[in-house]
Design a protein around this ligand. Structure first.
Ligand code: COA
Length: 259
């Protein structure tokens, strides 16, 4: 169905594999268009409970935006390109269904930005992260200056942004950029295992946690606390909250239905 992306849907877990291995899965216009379509699928397909984004081959998650498409752009076209990328990555971040990045190699530029837009990240031991745009006379354009700073703090973020240096998976783990580092062959099984666990939880509560946590970093101040109050209250009128509490009291596993 897609030319540059492979997808599978098994037991509610939708796996999106960026598939341009000969170009280290660089994000050209076709990939971005199709990535946008797959993200829409996550929102609209009721069979999808959660998703994994990964890269094809053993070498790269995504080695960045496709540099060959930068050559002839003017200012407005540059901005339009960044806007499209920012919009898709914001949809990933705001998805009510969990989306995790399984980073299986280079995650550079737009690849690091894509991983950071996901709700959290697992990395294989050979993963490398960086924002090398300064080497091209550019700044990141798909949210990298903002999400990197939010995730690892200003000092480390600025060092990475202005040096263009890459960091390895262990350093990314120390920085809090990734949640865990695994052997390459365990990356997808571990990603699937953690989503299988999350898929047993109440979907509306999972979505509420994501929404409130996003507000904590997007809008410093009281917005997140207010949303938490409202979401907490809203949970009391869901079937799932009644089921979760009843199941606990009856000493059985809950069967959540997302209602
Ligand atoms: N855009 C377009 N093509 C890319 C690319 C990108 N971001 N990253 C890699 N490629 C292509 C290479 O041009 C090469 O294509 P070719 O075989 O047709 O010449 C192919 O992918 C393999 O990459 P190569 O550079 O030969 O692999 P390597 O192992 O020597 O180096 C990297 C790997 C990741 C260090 C190197 O490819 C690189 O620096 N890529 C660009 C990273 C970047 O600046 N990203 C931010 C963009 S805003």
């Amino acid at each position: 169905m897609y030319q540059t992306i492979l997808t599978t849907l098994e037991n509610g877990i939708f796996t999106i594999t960026i598939h341009r291995p000969d170009k280290l899965n660089a994000l050209n216009a076709a990939v971005m268009r199709e990535l946008g379509e797959t993200v829409n699928e996550i929102y609209t397909n009721a069979l999808i409970r959660s998703a994994i984004i990964t890269g094809s081959g053993a070498k790269a998650f995504v080695a960045g935006a496709d540099i060959s498409e930068f050559k002839d752009l003017n200012r407005e076209e540059g901005m339009a390109m960044a806007k499209k990328g920012q919009d898709i990555f914001s949809l990933i971040e705001d998805s009510p269904k969990p989306i995790i990045a399984a980073v299986n190699g280079f995650a550079l530029g737009g690849g690091c930005e894509l991983a950071m837009a996901c709700h959290f990240r697992l990395a294989s031991e050979n993963a490398r992260f960086g924002q090398p745009e300064v080497n091209l006379g550019l700044v990141p354009g798909y949210g990298g200056t903002q999400r990197l700073t939010r995730l690892i703090g200003k000092g480390r973020a600025i060092e990475l942004l202005i040096s263009g240096n890459m960091i390895d998976a262990q350093t990314a783990f120390q920085y809090g950029l990734v949640n865990a580092v695994t052997r390459a062959e365990e990356l997808l099984p571990k990603s699937i295992a953690i989503l299988q666990l999350i898929n047993t939880k109440a979907p509306l509560a999972v979505a509420g946690c994501i929404r409130c946590a996003n507000l904590a970093v997007d809008e410093p101040g009281d917005a997140g606390f207010e949303e938490e109050l409202k979401t907490f209250g809203d949970c009391f009128v869901t079937d799932d909250m009644k089921e979760g509490v009843a199941a606990f009291l009856e000493k059985r596993n809950p069967a959540f239905r997302g209602k």
